[in-house]
Design a protein around this ligand. Structure first.
Ligand SMILES: NC(=O)CC[C@H](N)C(=O)O
Length: 230
């Protein structure tokens, strides 16, 4: 497996994502500069977290015009795996790789804290090794994480089981107080029709070391490796 991590001006989780692949999975990873058109033979693309273009206009709205996004979209259209983490999720939505949008957090605060997620869909390239209903702890760090879409899209995503993660409390219940940003239906992550593109606000690449409080992010990377090698 060879993973390409796209570095935009303002990305700040690109190194963490690269290290997740190299140090935890012992697989190959390359940094891809946003101005390039070459995916350097990567089988998988990570759109990392950060503040691409300073979140000007709207988070992800400028990054989606970066030259490399044409190749990322073409890769995704061919069924190539793509994961958008936090700012990467915002960029994936802006680029039309995933439905919906990430709005300013309901409480207008930047939230940096651990959250509990419930795995809703294990039929994606990034959750195949998880179990449905499994609870995962990982951090969030965002100001614009309130997932939203028009009512018809939400109904379709829910009906088709395209919600991958939901914010829940310690008992696994998707309550309002477990929702850090006011996301519709506590949605923390979604997938496309084929389960090959996943976007999520929480950071699995920051939950790989016991020292950092959780290793629950590992299941996503192990799922990816298993899917690519299948
Ligand atoms: N950690 C991140 O990727 C930050 C995401 C984003 N730009 C926000 O604050 O909403």
């Amino acid at each position: 497996m060879k993973v390409g991590v796209v570095s935009f001006p303002g990305s700040n989780c690109d190194e963490d994502a690269l290290l997740a692949i190299v140090e935890r999975l012992h697989e190959k990873a390359v940094m891809l500069w946003h101005k390039d058109h070459d995916l350097q033979g990567a089988d998988v693309i990570i759109l990392p977290g950060g503040f691409s273009y300073g979140d000007y206009l709207r988070a992800g709205a400028i990054a989606r015009f970066s030259p490399i996004m044409q190749e990322v979209v073409a890769h995704a259209k061919k069924g190539g795996p793509v994961i958008g983490i936090c700012n990467g999720f915002q960029i994936a939505c802006e680029a039309g790789l995933l439905p919906g949008a990430l709005m300013r957090n309901e409480n207008l605060q930047f939230r940096s804290m651990p959250v509990t997620l419930r795995v809703e869909n294990t039929d994606t390239v990034f959750t195949g090794k998880a179990t449905k209903g499994q609870l995962l702890t990982m951090p969030i760090a965002h100001g614009d994480g309130r997932y939203t879409a028009d009512a018809e899209t939400i109904k379709r995503l829910e009906g088709d089981g395209k919600i991958v993660f939901r914010y829940v409390n310690a008992k696994g219940e998707a309550t309002a107080d477990a929702n850090p940003n006011g996301a519709t239906n506590n949605i923390a992550g979604v997938t496309n029709a084929t389960g090959t593109v996943v976007g999520m606000m929480p950071h699995p690449e920051r939950a790989l070391e016991p020292l950092l409080g959780s290793t629950d992010g590992l299941v996503l990377f192990e799922s990816l490796l298993a899917a690519v090698n299948a």
